[in-house]
Design a protein around this ligand. Structure first.
Ligand SMILES: [Fe+2]
Length: 356
């Protein structure tokens, strides 16, 4: 069966059109892409909905358009900028951009989010949404830190706490899933993808009635599913366009590399490993790294695989279109050869109320 999503997902099987010898890889990188991925790593993608009229910021805010980053709000500790509708409309109305802040201002963004939580202007429902929103943004910040230092035992412990908080919040109110997901994604940021995949996997685990301990272990594995990408060259990960056979094999290695990192950390229950090792396996046997088939892929691998595929479908890249949630669900619902049909049904029901 033809897999339509292949065109927009960077690390899924795709036809190898451009075969090159291994040593050709050295010539593939371009200065521009290198520079862009370096620049991008110095910013943090924030959810634009966190910028609320009536609040004020003491950090610069930038927009990312394609490979460019432009300052749209200039503020610092001494000169706070009050946010109003007019100011925010300048970039809120432009869906085709990401809103980012400097990596060095993450602590100021954290304080800003805390101040939003403390403000008592909202209703009980509004306050619950704010809390869910802040949990998501904090999880993204934590994942950015962990991806910079993937062997930090302390950060891995924090991931478990973060997953437990997400789980408690979704168990209390499953509709918070819409607040915890980053829906508008103009570019791919690994940490945002990790949090989305964890939220989707936890949501699906709740929908199918797993017990809390299983849900938390699955969520931890899902949050860390791509941690092995830290061991893969960023030139290959960020390459735009067709991959050579060698590059594709290197990218596939991220699952085994991820498992290695998990094995080094006793905090991570062994049960969570399969979410990392099996998230690219397909029921048809056409996945990787082992080409496992049907029952050989366990529940954690199956759930994480669906969440990962869905999030990739709905993420835009500067050079690729993103599907809206409705289109993405329609595409994924047909992939029963590769994904568990019962889980797909649960997944579609879970996201059924999503606004396009
Ligand atoms: Fe992956």
């Amino acid at each position: 069966m033809a897999t339509k999503y292949i065109e927009i997902n960077d690390d899924r099987p795709k036809p190898i059109i451009d075969k090159r010898p291994e040593d050709d890889y050295k010539n593939l990188d371009t200065k521009a892409i290198k520079e862009f991925s370096f620049n991008k790593s110095k910013y943090f993608q924030i959810d634009r909905n966190s910028l609320i009229p009536g609040s004020s910021v003491n950090f610069n805010i930038f927009i990312q358009k394609g490979m460019d980053f432009q300052a749209v709000i200039k503020a610092d500790k001494e000169s706070h900028v009050a946010l109003n509708e007019e100011l925010l409309n300048n970039f809120h109305s432009d869906a085709a951009c990401e809103v980012v802040i400097s990596e060095g201002d993450i602590h100021l963004y954290r304080s800003y989010l805390d101040s939003l939580l403390r403000s008592s202007k909202s209703s009980e429902k509004g306050q619950a949404h704010k809390k869910a929103f802040v949990i998501k943004e904090n999880s993204k910040m934590l994942m950015k830190d962990l991806l910079n230092d993937p062997r930090s035992g302390e950060k891995i412990k924090e991931v478990k706490n973060s997953v437990n908080t997400i789980t408690d919040s979704l168990l209390e109110n499953k509709d918070m899933i819409y607040t915890m997901l980053t829906l508008s994604k103009y570019d791919y940021y690994t940490y945002t993808h990790c949090v989305n995949v964890a939220v989707l996997s936890i949501g699906l685990a709740i929908a199918i009635g797993l017990n809390k301990e299983y849900i938390e272990n699955l969520g931890t594995g899902a949050m860390l599913h791509d941690i092995g990408k830290t061991a893969i060259s960023s030139e290959i990960l960020n390459k735009q366009g067709k991959l050579t056979e060698y590059e594709y094999k290197m990218i596939q290695e991220h699952v085994r590399e991820g498992e290695k990192i998990l094995k080094e950390n006793k905090e991570i229950p062994e049960e969570a490993h399969s979410a990392v090792l099996q998230h690219h396996e397909k029921l048809s046997g056409k996945g990787y790294p082992y080409g496992l088939k049907g029952e050989e892929i366990n529940l954690f691998g199956r759930v994480t695989g669906i969440s990962d595929c869905y999030d990739a479908l709905t993420t835009q890249r500067p050079y690729k279109h993103a599907f809206n949630p409705y289109e993405a669900l329609k595409i994924i619902s047909k992939e029963t050869e590769d994904y568990d049909a019962n889980l797909l049904t649960g997944f579609i029901k879970m996201l059924g109320k999503m606004k396009n």
